[in-house]
Design a protein around this ligand. Structure first.
Ligand code: ZN
Length: 464
């Protein structure tokens, strides 16, 4: 536990305003879904220099540090014990500049994703990363977890949208790798060390983001397909027919579609029940008239090929939101009790057999469990939500094995976008080789030799 001397020394660095302890800290509520947070000290640095000073001090004392962003993660990556000091980047929330012709934005790490999206729009540009937690999730968190979301099929994950970062290393060294150029092969691309490494190698304090042209047309369609094979062929047809405009291809299995469109959910069913699969298609382009025709034509062709059983195209923003609502209302899956959220990655061709194996496995290990499947599919990412009722821990572990083990033989990933955190580290070896994990440990040892940054996350530092 952080002692009085440490607290006094931290206070000297960040001032009274920069330190949260006692009742004030206990009053902050933490969603258990993000993991247990029991730290007694939270630091709110105002700038990079303060982050560096805090880490220099913590490094010299061997004091562990857990960095907090918007706390929308799902793998306990922000969990903090009574022994840890939390560094929250909430006060680093400035948008510093936008370069319109260069299509970049420089921001501090605590800015929320939604603010970045809105600022880009104000300049007639777009920041394409999008996910349900946009109002709380921060850019620093998006970088540290290499966030994905709905538009990865077209714009890639966070990694593709970050041009440069400034990060503070465990010992307080400020690594200024800010960079606004799309092309820069001058030696190692060090920013990659901080993208998707879940706060274990450094604290991201600022970033240069890549912006895109703001779309002028926004086509959205909701379709029903007779089977998964049709969904896969539909993706190929849409990819080809939409001339690079396909920006989301969200697939819902019937159990998920039904739970998010029936009471107490307030979302209306977009198409009737009874179909095998439902797909939400989004196309972003530059010409409202011709793009709308192109989307209609593409859907007509898919219908002729028998890939679509029913379809509806949004004619207004209101209709578009009504189509997205069931897809985004994942919370409805908690209706029957606590859930386990998985986000696996695998090739599209492997999906039907994988889900069949998973269903069989669940029937054995948790017969009362409900399973909801939806996902981005075009990028290979399936979300599987298992509601196992009042199950105890042993059942949860059995469910985890049901989800993860079949991925081994098909070279799938136990995490497409949520990361490893605490929750999945026991399964890392399903998706990473011993040599890969050893190299991760070597990087950790080089950059954080005292193991103070986000301890225990992703893998254990000592080989077990
Ligand atoms: Zn997702």
């Amino acid at each position: 536990m952080a002692n009085g001397q440490l607290i006094a020394d931290l206070r000297a660095l960040v001032g009274e305003q920069g330190l949260v302890t006692g009742e004030q800290l206990l009053a902050r509520t933490y969603d258990r879904a993000a993991g247990e947070v029991h730290a007694r000290v939270l630091i709110r640095p105002r700038d990079t220099a303060q982050v560096a000073a805090v880490l220099r001090l913590c490094h010299s004392r061997g004091q562990t540090v857990v960095t907090h962003g918007g706390l929308t993660g799902l793998v306990y990556g922000a969990a903090a014990s009574t022994d840890d000091v939390i560094v929250s980047l909430e006060a680093l929330n400035r948008i510093e500049s936008v370069d319109v012709p260069g299509r970049t934005m420089r921001v501090e790490a605590g800015v929320t994703l939604q603010r970045v999206q809105e600022e880009a729009e104000r300049h007639d540009l777009m920041f394409p990363l999008d996910l349900g937690g946009r109002g709380s999730a921060t850019i620093g968190g998006n970088i540290s977890t290499n966030a994905g979301g709905m538009r990865v099929v077209r714009y890639g994950m966070m990694r593709s949208l970050v041009l440069g970062v400034e990060a503070v290393l465990a010992d307080g060294t400020v690594l200024g790798s800010l960079n606004r150029m799309l092309k820069n092969n001058a030696g190692y691309d060090l920013k990659q060390l901080f993208i998707g490494t879940e706060g274990t190698l450094g604290i991201v304090t600022r970033a240069d983001l890549r912006l895109m042209p703001r779309p002028r047309s926004h086509g959205t369609a909701f379709v029903a397909c007779p089977d998964f094979a049709s969904v896969a062929r539909l993706l190929t047809v849409m990819d080809g027919q939409l001339g690079g405009q396909l920006s989301a291809f969200e697939v819902m299995w019937p159990e998920f579609y039904e739970v998010t469109t029936t009471s107490p959910a307030s979302n209306a069913a977009v198409l009737p029940y009874g179909h095998s699969m439902y797909v939400l298609i989004e196309a972003l382009g530059a010409d409202p008239q011709s793009d709308a025709e192109r989307l209609e034509q593409a859907l007509a062709e898919a219908m002729e090929l028998g890939l679509i059983a029913d379809a509806v195209i949004a004619k207004s923003d209101l209709e578009r939101r009504a189509m997205w609502a069931p897809r985004e209302d994942v919370f409805q899956t908690r209706r029957f009790g606590p859930t386990h959220n998985f986000d696996v990655s695998l090739s599209i061709a492997d999906m039907p057999a994988y889900l069949e194996t998973l269903r069989r496995g669940l029937k054995e290990c948790a017969p009362a469990a409900r399973m909801y499947v939806f996902g981005h599919v075009a990028d290979g990412n399936l979300h599987v939500v298992v509601s196992a009722g009042e199950a105890h821990e042993a059942t949860f572990h059995a469910v985890e094995r049901c989800v993860y083990e079949p991925l081994r033989s098909i070279s799938g990933s136990i995490s497409a976008e949520h990361g490893i955190g605490l929750e999945r580290k026991a399964y890392l070896s399903i998706s990473r080789t011993p040599a890969e994990i050893a190299t991760m440990r070597a990087l950790k040892a080089a950059l954080d030799p005292r193991g103070i940054l986000n301890p225990g996350k992703v893998f254990d530092v000592q080989a077990s």
